[in-house]
Write a protein that binds this ligand. Structure first.
Ligand SMILES: [Zn+2]
Length: 85
């Protein structure tokens, strides 16, 4: 069915994005040495993504590309939403 296929395409690549991560639990073990480390201003890590959300209680951190970076971004966003706590 064309409609069903369209829905699948629409959801493609966003699978699981609407489900918030469990607080402070890594999605899976990551063997990257510096993944999740704090990323103070001026620090640099090759091939890592710096995740920093203004107003978030979650400090800037380095994550490896892919799921870890997406997870880190989501975590920082959640911490920003509950910033008054
Ligand atoms: Zn990682």
């Amino acid at each position: 069915m064309a409609a069903r296929k369209t829905a699948q395409v629409w959801n493609g690549g966003m699978t699981g994005a609407s489900r918030p991560p469990t607080a402070h639990t890594r999605p899976r073990e990551c063997r990257e040495p510096h993944c999740g480390e704090p990323a103070p201003a001026g620090s640099q890590r090759a091939r890592m993504v710096r995740v920093s959300v203004p107003g978030s209680r979650e400090p800037a951190r380095w994550y490896c590309r892919g799921w870890c970076a997406l997870y880190g971004q989501a975590l920082a966003d959640v911490q920003a939403i509950g910033g008054a706590m």
